[in-house]
Every structure is written in structure tokens, then in C-alpha cells.
Design a protein around this ligand. Sequence first.
Ligand code: HMG
Ligand code: MG
Length: 308
Amino acid sequence: MSRPWPARVRITEVGPRDGLQNQPQAIPTAAKAAFVRGLVAAGLGDVEVSAFVRPDRVPQLADAAELFARLGPAPAGVTYGALVPNAKGLERALAAGVGKVAVFTAATETFNQRNVGAGTREAIQRFGPVAQGTKAAGLALRGYVSVALGCPYEGPVAPERVLGVVEDLLALGCDEVSVGDTIGVGTPGSLARLLAVLLARVPAPALVLHLHDTRGMAVANVLTGLEHGIAAYDASAGGLGGCPFAPGASGNLATEDLVYLLDGLGVAHGVDLPRLRAATEPLRPFVGTLPGRVRQAPPWPPAATGGA
Ligand code: HMG
Ligand code: MG
């Protein structure tokens, strides 16, 4: 491959959190724990396990503490992360034994109001004590910027607005900022324009792409990210996902689709595709058909020819 792809990509598996947060049917905590264990067995070392948000706002993740308790300490080399919206969430997350904290805000005021009941600036101010408490506990801190490529309430979003929020999150002490195409409207064109603005001010290793596949653009957008030197991607096993406060949001980039793409490009990632397929088995009675394209296709190359 003549292009300068990153040699290795880090995948943050967000299936247990983003993948499940909007599922209509209650999923037993035991099934979620089996899912997380399966993901780890497949080689995923950075797993966003749940969210310590208001249980009445996201009932599917109301069992966050119980899930962490059931999982026990993360195996060596594995990090169990969680979304944390405020000081109360951090208190709950630390008590549960969280390994990485993710604060989340958005590039537009309207989305942020709908999602967390505060404007972007107010939300970032709220994160001050969360960031301090996370650092004091010696944990990694991630920041999310939602609706970076388009907002369901405000429409297209100027890259400069995204840059402002990314810089605020880095100033807060975030070790990485995950830039979210929450409703999957981005294309390689709009993403390239956004990355040009971001990368003029922010080093590539500080950035992660969090792509939803609503319009089938996620894999193409990963290629654009790779071309710009971005070496960290969020993905959700089976392609589950969606945000309850973002009308039209559907599944994340499927981890299987990302792995298949990276395999084809010769980019290392450390994930075993057959084991990843197996990881979603405990969810099957509760989530129906998994939307990921690779997940739905027969294994390739066929086992009879020596493939998986
Ligand atoms: P609020 O109502 O403004 O909070 O919620 P408050 O401080 O006014 O407190 C009100 C009540 O909530 C109090 O209880 C608090 O104790 C309680 P009361 O005294 O009335 O009995 N409370 C909490 N309880 C448990 N855990 C907490 C907590 N905080 C307050 N952490 C808040 C503000 C942000 C908490 C709320 O709006 C919320 O939970 N929102 C949910 C947001 C969410 O989870 N969105 C989906 C995830 S974001 C996403 O999907 C996008 C992403 O994937 C990236 C992308 O795709 O772009 C990350
Ligand atoms: Mg998301």
C-alpha cells in the first residue's frame, strides 16, 4: 500500500455503552457482562462498558454499577471505561471501579441542551471537578464532541465550532478527544474539511473518530481518517448503537466492518474476527438482527479454503 496509513490502529469498543443505550428491550446485566468478556477475549483492550448518567434518562444503562461489580477488576492490559456527565456520575463511577472516564459535550447548543440539559460552555464548566477527580484517581480522561459533522436540530456544523470544543476539552485535561458523527451524516468530503481545520491546531494522536453508519459512510470515513493520520477509532460490535437524544441516529461503525477494512489494508489492530462474532452471541435473544455488514455476510475467506 503506497499511502502512509498508520501501521497500527487502536479500537475503542463502545458496543456495551453506545450500542446498548438505545435498545428498546431490557438486557439482563449477566448478558452484558458476557458480552464484555467476549469482547476482551476477542482482543479489545479499551471497552466503554456503560454510563453513570441519570438512570431515568437512559434506563438501559441503569445497571452500570451492577455490571462493573459483576465484571470485577479489568484483566491486565484492559481498560473498562464509562461515560460520566457530572460530579455525581464520577462519584458513582469511582465507587464502581471505572478505569477510564469519558465526559461528553457537543458542537451545538441545541443538541447539548437536549442531551444533558446544559449549553456547551456550561457543560464544560461542569466537567472541571470531574476532570480533577479523574486525574486525582490516576485515570485516563476522554472527551467527546458530538454532532461534529451535523446536528439533528441545527443542521451543518462549521469545523471551527468543533475545533473550539476540542480545544476546550484538551485544556480541561482530556488525554484524547473523540469526534462524533452522532447522526452519521458525514462523508469523506465533510470529514476531510473538518480534519484539515482540526489538524492545523491539534496533534493527530489526540484525536479519535466516532462514526455512526446511518448513511453507510462510516468505512469510507475511516479511510479518510487514516489518510489524515488518525490512528484511533470507536466502533461497536455488530454495528449496534444510537443516541436517545439524537433523532435519526442509528448504529455505530461496526467493529467487524472496521476490522475487515483494516485487515484488507494491512493495518494492525489486535482483534480476532471470529471471536468478535462470538462475543455478540449473548445479546442475540435481546437485540434482533445485528446491522453490521460483515456480521451479516458469510465468513471470508471460507473455512474450507483455510480462512476463518
Ligand atoms: P440534571 O437533571 O440536569 O441533573 O441531569 P441535576 O444535577 O439537576 O440533578 C437532578 C437529579 O438527577 C438529582 O436527583 C440528581 O441526584 C440526579 P434528585 O435529587 O432530584 O433525586 N442525578 C444523577 N443521578 C445519577 N447519576 C448521575 C446524576 N446526575 C444527576 N450522574 C444529566 C444532567 C447530564 C445527568 C442528565 O441530563 C443525563 O443523565 N443525561 C443523559 C445523557 C446521555 O447519557 N446521553 C447519551 C450518551 S451521549 C451519546 O450517545 C453521544 C456519543 O456516543 C458520541 C456521539 O455519538 O457523538 C458519546
Ligand atoms: Mg455515539
